[in-house]
Design a protein. Structure first.
Length: 357
């Protein structure tokens, strides 16, 4: 039931605090999983304090337990440990703070972590997130490359140095984040979203050196894996070494075995490209020279023909033939006229001979 209060009839702090404590107590006992960010062991104190953080959201929970309980956990609870705690939330009225009173604590072992990862791998594969058909090709020469890596890390140095050695003009937008521990996933997600939203970024590289299974767990986090799969910008995963295989490797558009390999994948080698250009130039010149030689041979062959060697020869032959035909015609006509004249005289003589006079 909501409290009936007004500005004139408020309730005291103690009442609200007690009600909050009652509401929290109704949750009962639960199992909680998270990553340890701090362990406070005060000398001589019987109560220990552990800060448990959600690996994805920016949420922490203060856990209290007895020294005997904390000391009994094997392996021991340290910063970075992933643990499962059984207990109940309580509200400490005098300070107005919430804490979680632990009754049992156990660390999440490697075997259990690997089993969870394998189950998640099967789920994501069934959804088609690992399908090769959904992976995109990298641009031949990206105008700007986004790089997400550890702060002042060897992975950052390897990517930048090798990429610039291959293509000195390449531009990078480097985002340094935690690459292990409870803050890693949230920081990586933030920078991934920022780079993916930048139209100038044409490819994103996730880079981290090698490490244990626990160290690489952020790169198998389901939220991060799905974010990489949903990114509009092509993503290169360069996590760990050749033998490491976090889940983000399977959804990235390209998987690089090392950060150095990632540098070789995102930009071409300027010397190699110059060699290709030089080779193409030489091939083009040879092709042009061969074509010119063929055309020159054709022209030379045409020019060697008589009609082209002496263009007036044909006209002279035609003129000569015309002159010869004219002379023949004249001779024929003269001969015909002579015969016709002789025939006419012959007939005239016959007519006179037959005349009675």
């Amino acid at each position: 039931m909501p409290l009936e209060t007004t500005a004139e009839s408020p309730v005291p702090v103690r009442t609200v605090a007690h009600l909050i404590g009652q509401w929290i107590a109704k949750l009962g006992k639960v199992w909680v999983e998270g990553q340890v960010t701090a362990v406070v062991r005060r000398p001589g104190a019987s109560t220990m304090f552990v800060t448990l953080r959600d690996p994805i959201a920016d949420v922490s929970l203060q856990v209290t337990c007895s020294r005997a309980l904390l000391d009994s956990v094997v392996p021991s609870v340290e910063e970075g440990s992933r643990i499962v705690v059984f207990g109940r939330p309580t509200f400490y009225v005098p300070r107005g703070s919430v804490s979680f009173v632990a009754e049992a604590i156990r660390t999440v072992g490697i075997g259990e972590l690997l089993a969870r990862l394998e189950h998640l791998r099967r789920v994501l594969a069934a959804e088609g997130l690992f399908d090769a058909r959904r992976k995109r090709s990298l641009p031949f020469l990206p105008g700007r490359v986004g790089l997400i890596c550890g702060r002042a890390s060897a992975a950052e140095r390897d990517v930048l140095e090798n990429a610039r050695r291959r293509w000195p003009a390449v531009a990078f937008d480097v985002r340094e984040v935690a690459v292990q521990g409870p803050y890693a996933v949230a920081e990586i997600l933030k920078e991934l979203a920022a780079l993916d939203a930048d139209p100038a970024i044409e490819v994103i590289v996730l880079a981290r050196g090698g490490g244990s299974v626990e160290d690489l767990l952020p790169f198998s986090d389901e939220t991060l894996v799905r974010a990489v799969a949903a990114a509009r910008t092509p993503v290169v995963s360069a996590i760990g070494h050749e033998q490491d295989s976090p889940l983000v490797d399977s959804v990235a558009d390209v998987r690089a075995s090392t950060p150095t390999d990632a540098a070789m994948l995102v930009v071409p080698d300027v010397a190699e490209q110059q060699g290709l250009v030089d080779g193409l130039t030489r091939r083009s010149l040879r092709a042009v020279e061969a074509r010119l030689a063929r055309e020159h041979a054709i022209v030379t062959g045409l020019c060697s023909r008589p009609v082209l060697a002496d263009p007036g020869a044909g006209l002279r032959r035609a003129t000569q033939q015309a002159d010869e035909l004219r002379d023949r015609v004249r001779r024929c006509l003269s001969h015909l006229l002579d015969r016709a004249g002789d025939d006419l005289r012959h007939r005239q003589e016959r007519v006179r001979a037959l005349s009675p006079a």
